[in-house]
Design a protein around this ligand. Structure first.
Ligand code: ACM
Ligand code: ZN
Length: 723
């Protein structure tokens, strides 16, 4: 099947980088179920597009689009089907407003095709939410999961509890709690957010947004977090947290009846605002239940209800909320932690920590929405270059997103229908502007849409890549800010040849565009050498590589410094051990010319837990040495990895007598952004040496104010170059 398609399209092998978009190509994302190509074109006149609803199409979201004999007809299985047919028509049009003669039959694989947005960590305007909905609709996404409340801010007007949306609670949480609720903000960003505090959506705003979404066949599912992730709310209304808890503890007290009354009144108002949503999302994730074990009211509740532990207390809480939500004719959905201590009888599970929770729930007869973080969390990095804006967690490139299948092995065939679909999640700890949100969303949403709409047999990465070439033009034409990360070159493989030369394979996620490089550190131009297949480096060099698309540099510049330096492949002995969890590749990690990206879990980092780093490099022969280059990672907001406090270098000709060549104190830098701090330590004068010893002094116990105060600091480094 796949071969046939490729054989039929020999001219399109240029993948995501054809010299010119081909006007005649049928290039629709997400891939329709069936395309029957005709010959010639149809000029689309707005008054010549006939739309009809015909339930024999068999699916309310399905449609048949026919472009023939000078007219276009869209038959929808329902209004949504007509709408999706019109979205497809938009994509078929060329710049002259013509579409190829074609018949398309199409229907979605899943009923829940979702995209989420966190508006708590950073607030996004009503106008941006509408733009977001436009983008979703264009990708045939039908569910907008609106994460309205979280630690940092409650963003929804609730008449009964006006203090929830008052600035004071928000400011207080932001100032006092930002680090430990995972908010990574520079002071500048903090100020910026404070100044632009639009605060919350009024009920009028919500009605407008819900109606805007309805016109685009999108259901808005509101999320009201409970019983955790509620710092701002418990600042505003401390009476609903445990009497033993600090104000703003972030966790409601299930020992108090008033807590339930309060949450039920909130749910009442939420249900009234979101009439289209069959679901109310109650969060339920990451609850630090430790607080409950210290609370006499919670302990009393556990005794009276025969609850064995805090997990069962959480389950009791969730059951009660579900009962209330069900009594109002709505279904409850929550993150997969609601499985802990026993799942509420009708609950739908949103499986985020992986597929496991979803598999368990589906096999127990519960509806499931799959949102596994290592596929569809769009707050993760989408590129592996330092140019990427600070992101959260790991790497979910577009290819990874495309590979997402909401139905994993492990769900019994008879339970597969419990999987309603999947969705992408966009948490905004690190995202404070609309442009940045769009950047994280696009083009990954294109990949997600195909994973949720198209049958697995209709998915084809090669074809998707070719289609994306056109899709990016469409984004640009609409003024949507998309990421070019998938065009950025990276080192896909490297090895040393027998003669000591270094063989590099450079790749991009989206293939087909020319990659040009230099070995002198200068930025490549359109005339620089073209990379092909592999690159052999046989002399000291700094490699730069850049992808060009239609003659223009696209994506970021790859820079790999200090290749084949004096220390490359030196023997390294360790006076302090590196962590077995962060080996960086073992004893050769610091001299393999392999560099890490700014993610703490990048496997090229070598980590030293609670100790200094002290290593001695044996260069093999006595030679003139003038200095060293190395770098360290620091990530205060979510790790214990800190810059060292001092860097000392010794040299020796014989491996016995070492003399100090450099001794550099390092000032602490408490910036909460991820830092990769390079050091170029040039000696006072060149020395003759065979051995170079490097010690980096550990920061020690983490200071007050650090999110992990009291813990031992780590040192992370990836490479030591000697020149
Ligand atoms: C989540 O990402 N904590 C649901
Ligand atoms: Zn309590």
């Amino acid at each position: 099947m796949r071969k046939l398609i490729l054989a039929g399209l020999p001219a399109l092998i240029a993948a995501a980088c054809s010299p010119e978009p081909k006007p005649a190509e049928i290039s629709v994302i997400p891939q329709p179920s069936r395309i029957i190509e005709g010959t010639g074109f149809v000029k689309v006149e707005p008054d010549r597009v006939l739309t009809v609803i015909d339930t024999t199409i068999g699916h309310p979201e399905g449609y048949r689009l026919m472009a023939e004999n000078g007219k276009v007809t869209i038959v929808g299985g329902g209004e949504a089907g007509v709408f999706y047919g019109l979205q497809t028509l938009e994509q078929l049009k060329d710049s002259a407003g013509r579409v190829p003669a074609v018949t398309i039959e199409d229907a979605p694989r899943f009923p829940w095709r979702g995209m989420h947005l966190d508006v708590s960590r950073h607030f996004f305007s009503k106008d941006f939410i509408k733009k977001y909905l436009d983008i979703l609709a264009y990708h045939k996404i039908n569910t907008f999961h609106w994460h309205l409340t979280d630690g940092i801010g409650w963003r929804l007007q609730i008449d009964r509890y006006p203090r929830l949306t008052q600035k004071a609670a928000w400011r207080k949480v932001k100032d006092e709690k930002a680090p430990w609720i995972g908010l990574e903000l520079s002071d500048e960003a903090r100020q910026d957010s404070a100044d632009t505090y639009g605060g919350y959506y009024t009920k009028e705003d919500v009605r407008e947004i819900v109606s805007y979404a309805r016109e685009r066949h999108i259901t808005v599912v509101p999320e009201i977090e409970m019983p955790g992730h509620s710092e701002a709310a418990t600042f505003a209304y401390p009476e609903y947290s445990c009497p033993t808890a600090q104000p703003g503890s972030g966790i409601y007290c299930p020992g108090k009846e008033e807590t339930f009354a309060y949450l039920e009144r909130i749910i009442d108002e939420v249900i009234e605002l979101f009439p289209d949503s069959p679901y109310i999302h109650i969060g339920g994730d990451e609850v630090d239940k430790e607080q409950w074990s210290r609370c006499p009211l919670c302990r009393k509740r556990m005794r009276e209800e025969g609850l064995e532990n805090e997990h069962e207390l959480q389950s009791y809480f969730v059951h009660r909320m579900e009962e209330y939500i069900n009594s109002k004719g709505k279904a409850m959905i929550g993150w997969d932690e609601i499985l802990e201590g026993g799942l509420a009888p009708n609950a739908t599970v949103m499986s985020w920590t992986g597929f496991e929770g979803g598999i368990k729930a589906a096999n127990a007869g519960h509806n499931v929405v799959m949102v596994p973080l290592d596929y569809v969390y769009f707050d993760h990095y989408q590129g592996q270059n330092p140019c990427e804006p600070q992101a959260w967690g790991g790497f979910n490139g577009i290819k990874r997103v495309y590979s997402f299948d909401p139905v994993p092995a492990g769900i019994a065939p008879e339970n597969v229908h419990y999987v309603l679909g999947g969705q992408g999640n966009l948490w905004t700890e690190n995202i404070r502007t609309p442009e940045h949100a769009e950047y994280m969303l696009l083009p990954r949403l294109a990949a997600l849409s195909e994973a949720l709409w198209s049958d697995t047999t209709a998915k084809d990465w090669g074809r998707f890549e070719r289609k994306l070439d056109r899709q990016l033009e469409r984004y640009a034409a609409r003024g949507w800010n998309y990421a070019e990360s998938a065009f950025t070159p990276y080192i896909a493989e490297q090895r040393f040849d027998g003669d000591g030369s270094l063989v590099l394979r450079i790749a991009t996620e989206l293939e087909g565009c020319p990659i040009r490089y230099t070995l002198d550190g200068s930025a490549p131009t359109a005339d620089s050498p073209l990379y092909a297949d592999s690159l052999v480096v046989d002399a000291p060099a700094t490699l730069t590589a850049q992808t060009f698309r239609r003659g223009r540099a696209v994506g970021c510049l790859l820079v790999v410094p200090q290749l084949l330096n004096r220390a490359t492949r030196a023997r390294v002995s360790y006076a302090t051990p590196y962590s077995p969890a962060y080996t960086g590749g073992g004893d050769t990690a610091l001299v393999d010319n392999r560099y890490a990206f700014k993610r703490g879990d990048d496997r090229a980092w070598q980590g030293f837990e609670g100790t200094d780093m002290e290593v001695t490099l044996d260069l093999g022969t006595v030679q003139q040495v003038e200095g060293i280059v190395l770098r360290f990672l620091q990530h205060i907001a979510s790790t214990s990895v800190m810059l060292p406090t001092r860097l000392t270098v010794w040299t020796s000709a014989d491996g016995r007598d070492f003399s100090v060549a450099a001794d550099v104190p390092i000032a602490p830098d408490e910036d909460s952004e991820v830092l990769i701090r390079p050091f170029d330590v040039r000696f006072q004068a060149p020395v003759r040496a065979r051995y170079v010893r490097v010690r980096a002094e550990n920061r020690g116990t983490l200071p007050e104010g650090h999110p992990r105060a009291g813990a031992a600091a780590w040192i992370f480094t990836d490479e030591i170059a000697v020149y």
